[in-house]
Design a protein around this ligand. Structure first.
Ligand code: PAF
Length: 275
C-alpha cells in the first residue's frame, strides 16, 4: 500500500487508477472499518482509504485532542484489507488556511438527533467529506450504517451537488454481545464495557415490538430511555424515525429505523437498528 501525505502526491499516484473506490476514516480501525474496506474491493479497481482526524467535526468540549491515533497499526490493517493507497494528510495539508467555505446541510437533517447534541458536527463532516471527494475523485465511496445520520447527510449532499459518486452503505459490525464496534469503545472501563450492550438490547426490543404491531412508538422510546437511566446511563435520545430522511413516521409507515445515543460514564455511544 502506498501512503501519501500530500494532495499532489496522491493525485499523481492515482492517474490511470481506473474506477476508484474510497473509504474515508479517522483511524483507530476496528473490524467495522476492515469489513467496509473488504466490501469496497468489489466496487472498484483501486481501493483508496484516508486517515484524517477532522477537527471541524469536533465540538469545543469533545475528544479531538484525545481521539486515539494509531497510525502504524491502522496502516497494517488497511494494507491487509486490500488498500492500494492511503491518503494521510496532516492539518496543514488539509487546512493550510482556516477553512472559510463550509457545506451546511439542511437543519431538518443536521440539527436533529446527533445534530441536536453535537452542534456543527454534520457541517464539519460534510465539509471534510466533500473536500476528500474532491481530492480523491472516487467513483464509489463506502460509509457504515453505524453512523446512520452521517450516511443520510452524505447521500443527500452527493445527490444535491450531483456528484458522480455511488454511496454504498456497510452493515454495522457487532461484538458477540451485540455492542456495535466503535473507535470510542476503547474509552470504556471493564465494568462499562459489560454494561454497554444494553443500548443495543433496548433498541432490539423496540424493533421487535414494532414488528409485532405495537403502534405506540412514543411509549417504546420512553421505556427505553427509562431503562437506560435506571441502569446508570444518561440517554440523549431514543427515536423511531423514517429510514429515508430520519423524520417522524406517520402511523403505519414502514421503512423505519430506531436510533439511540447515550452517555455511559464519560463515553458517548450511538447505535441504530433498521426495522
Ligand atoms: O465516520 C468517520 O470516521 C468520519 O466522520 C469521516 C466520514 C471519516 C469524516 O471525517
Amino acid at each position: 500500500m502506498q501512503i501519501h501525505d500530500t494532495i499532489a502526491g496522491l493525485r499523481t499516484a492515482l492517474a490511470g487508477a481506473g474506477r476508484i473506490v474510497f473509504v474515508p476514516t479517522m483511524g483507530n480501525l476496528h473490524e467495522g472499518h476492515i469489513a467496509l474496506m473488504r466490501q469496497a474491493r468489489a466496487h472498484g479497481d483501486t481501493l483508496v482509504s484516508s486517515l484524517f482526524v477532522n477537527r471541524l467535526q469536533f465540538g469545543p468540549k469533545e475528544d479531538f485532542d484525545t481521539y486515539p491515533r494509531t497510525f502504524e497499526a491502522d496502516c497494517e490493517k488497511m494494507a491487509a484489507a486490500g488498500g492500494a493507497h492511503l491518503f494521510a494528510p496532516d492539518e496543514r495539508e488539509m487546512y493550510p488556511t482556516p477553512q472559510a467555505y463550509h457545506v451546511q446541510p439542511a437543519a431538518t437533517q443536521a440539527d436533529i438527533l446527533e445534530g441536536e447534541f453535537r452542534p456543527g458536527f454534520f457541517r464539519g463532516v460534510a465539509t471534510v467529506v466533500l473536500k476528500l471527494f474532491s481530492i480523491v475523485q472516487p467513483q464509489a465511496a463506502l460509509f457504515g450504517k453505524k453512523d446512520y445520520q452521517q450516511l443520510m447527510v452524505i447521500r443527500n449532499m452527493v445527490r444535491e451537488f450531483a456528484l458522480p459518486i455511488d454511496i454504498i452503505p456497510g452493515e454495522t459490525v457487532r461484538a458477540a454481545d451485540g455492542l456495535a464496534l466503535s473507535s470510542r469503545n476503547g474509552y470504556l472501563s471493564a465494568q462499562e464495557r459489560a454494561e454497554a450492550p444494553r443500548l443495543y438490547r433496548v433498541l432490539e426490543r423496540i424493533r421487535k415490538d414494532i414488528q409485532a404491531g405495537e403502534p405506540d412508538v412514543a411509549r417504546l422510546e420512553q421505556g427505553a430511555m427509562a431503562e437506560l437511566r435506571a441502569s446508570g446511563w444518561i440517554p440523549q435520545y431514543v427515536a423511531v424515525r423514517k429510514q429515508v430522511d430520519l423524520q417522524l413516521p406517520a402511523a403505519h409507515d414502514s421503512g423505519l429505523v430506531v436510533l439511540g445515543a447515550a452517555l455511559l460514564g464519560s463515553t458517548r455511544l450511538i447505535d441504530n437498528l433498521e426495522v
